[in-house]
Design a protein around this ligand. Structure first.
Ligand code: FES
Length: 149
């Protein structure tokens, strides 16, 4: 059986198909750009870690912990005290690492450097690493952002 007429022509069908492909490709290209410009990162107020997992850090060394979707860095000083930082650069949010042999934090993205206490000392980082606040309660290592009671 042959239809006398269809709801749309072959040309309309092909235009719709091509338009759909172009739209899908554009969405796939634009979405990551929009996510980069407007990230949906929600920072935690605090994280609670098991202190036993972190108490054996050697002086002048560090260990990573999860700070929301970003890394946190827990560093032990020579006197045994602990410091915690958000482990991302204050320039453009690249991850930083502690280099014990140089006693500095390093950001490889644009050669940014921070001293062992997180103060920006060379390269493009405009301000120090963000400090987090540590307390130890029983078996818990509690790490909070500034201003959280
Ligand atoms: S992102 Fe770290 S120096 Fe640019």
């Amino acid at each position: 059986m042959k239809l006398k007429h269809s709801l749309f022509s072959r040309r309309q069908f092909l235009n719709g198909l091509i338009g759909g492909w172009v739209g899908a490709i554009m969405a796939a290209l634009v979405y990551p750009i929009v996510r980069f410009i407007f990230p949906s990162y929600k920072e935690p107020d605090e994280v609670i870690l098991l202190y036993a997992d972190y108490k054996d850090i050697l002086p002048n060394s560090s260990k990573i912990f999860p700070w929301g979707s970003k890394p946190g860095i827990l560093k032990k000083n020579d006197d045994g005290s602990l410091m915690a930082f958000v482990g991302v650069c204050t320039h453009l949010d690249c991850n930083v690492e502690y280099q014990p042999e140089k006693r500095k934090f390093f950001c490889a993205c644009h050669d940014g450097w921070y001293d062992e206490f997180g103060t920006n000392i060379s390269g493009p980082p405009p301000k120090p690493l963000r400090r987090l606040f540590i307390s130890i309660e029983g078996e818990d290592l509690i790490i909070k952002k500034e201003g959280v009671e």
